[in-house]
Design a protein around this ligand. Sequence first.
Ligand SMILES: Cc1ncc(COP(=O)(O)O)c(C=O)c1O
Length: 432
Amino acid sequence: MQDLENYWVPFTPNRHFKQAPRLLARAEGMYFWNDRDEKLLDACSGLFCCALGHGRPEIIEAISRQFSTLDYGPAFQYSHPGAFELASMLAEITPAGMNHVFFANSGSESVDTAMKLALLYHRTGGQGQRQRFVSRERSYHGVNFGGVSLSGLVKNRENFGLALPGVAHMRHTWIEDNRFTMGQGEYGADLADDLQRCVDLYGTETIAACFVEPIAGSTGILVPPKGYLERLREICDEHDILLVFDEVITGFGRTGAAFAADTFDVVPDMMTLAKALTNGAIPMGAVVISDDIYERITSSAPEQGIDLFHGYTYSAHPLACAAGVAVQKIYREEGIFERVAELSPYFLERVFDLREFEVITDIRGYGLLAGLDLAPEGGAGKRGYAVLQALYAAGLVVRVTADTLILAPALIAEQEHIDRICDGIKGVLRAL
Ligand SMILES: Cc1ncc(COP(=O)(O)O)c(C=O)c1O
């Protein structure tokens, strides 16, 4: 047996994992095979990234070709054609007026980049006193200090000191009245008024930006109530606060349109992206930036002077760009986002059928995303972890946050995959 001692697995109970590891050895299409050569259906697109399934030949070829052409070039003061090609492709599908792209290597880095851009935008506009951020309880914006400060997850925060000062949290949008609502809930648009309360409390001219995931993903698929995002946009406009959508999970078709911004018809000032940007094949994140922000910041720099003192060694890495271009071509040529809109009703119907189990206390869903709450047993997260293990034994790879089961099949899934996922869950819930 392989020595498992040295690798520290993230967000995982390591002592237990090393006694009973789940090692995925290979993957193709909708499936993984583990180290015992058992076939497992991927019910969460890896970690929401493999939207096109695993091992797409076009992506492999694009990466290989790039590797033998330009493996790396310095990311500062130099660039390469692939970076501009991918940025142009993104500008084409992002909402009108959002035509500028900054590349990072992960969602976490993208979020921290967007925070810096918000501060710089206001500073270059003569409002450097705008240094506060507003985000939300039960949000996840990655694990770097900026994103942790924004995030509304106690476990991700409590052990790591005080985080950044000046971040206020609005209430989350899970409310009892919307339990078992498919799509957007009728109740709770007024929760957006928490942003106005922050303005009233901290002063109109102190807030730089408001960060939200249009659908909170990692904390259990919290779909925004009807009118909620629209109200946030109104309050931001009224007070010159930038609205940032963290679309790391919702981006690239997950909601049945290119972005949740399109689905919910609310245009932010910046969007953070990652995951399905490259189908998870090579790490990459991006911030999509409005023309207004880009133009103000770049035009404030002195002639031949650097406009943004920020970047990563691997910003716009050639292999990631090659993967990104190949992926974006497939999204477009195969009408993947439209496909999600067609498949979503079937997916949601099947998932919502699981409400017949008493142990399921709520189900939420949109597009090809669903969250199912399990009644906790024996302490928070215990039942969730037990269900994850039982599903693995039954041939399913899912994501669990505490006692919430999260499903996000690849956007290329067929009805038969959805049936297998739901039947597998049924079998496990019956045996609880
Ligand atoms: C909304 C959101 N933002 C940021 C992140 C962080 O992304 P990464 O893990 O690539 O740093 C995630 C990861 O799941 C996410 O869901």
